[in-house]
Design a protein. Structure first.
Length: 118
């Protein structure tokens, strides 16, 4: 089982990035997917999630109207489009998968670093 994040980079405030998380080794379409982030010295926090059924999304208040989560089950990939980035968005972004019916089945990626600075 693997979750591999990519797309992290250094970007200026106000810029955009798209993160990707490629999944393998499990039936991606049956898993709810979530992006978390962890800033230096901070606890890991939920950024955005998308369900396996219906593609229902939810967002942290701090990223609403700026970030968009989406998934492509044919490509076993979940995305996070991040717009109007702020310095406080600087963090390592992690991909998390949990089975929609059996919550004990869960996996984490190793993260990708996003740095927002001028």
């Amino acid at each position: 089982v693997q979750l591999v994040e990519s797309g992290g980079d250094l970007v200026q405030p106000g810029g955009s990035l798209r993160l990707s998380c490629a999944a393998s080794g499990f039936t991606f379409s049956t898993y709810d997917m979530t992006w978390y982030r962890q800033a230096p010295g901070q606890e890991r926090e939920l950024v955005a999630g998308i369900t396996s059924v219906g593609g229902i999304t939810n967002y942290a208040d701090s990223v609403k109207d700026r970030f968009t989560i989406s998934r492509d089950n044919a490509k076993n990939t979940v995305y996070l489009q991040m717009n109007t980035l702020k310095p406080e968005d600087t963090a390592v972004y992690y991909c998390y998968a949990v089975h929609r019916g059996f919550r004990a089945l869960q996996y984490w990626g190793k993260g990708t670093l996003v740095t927002v600075a001028s």
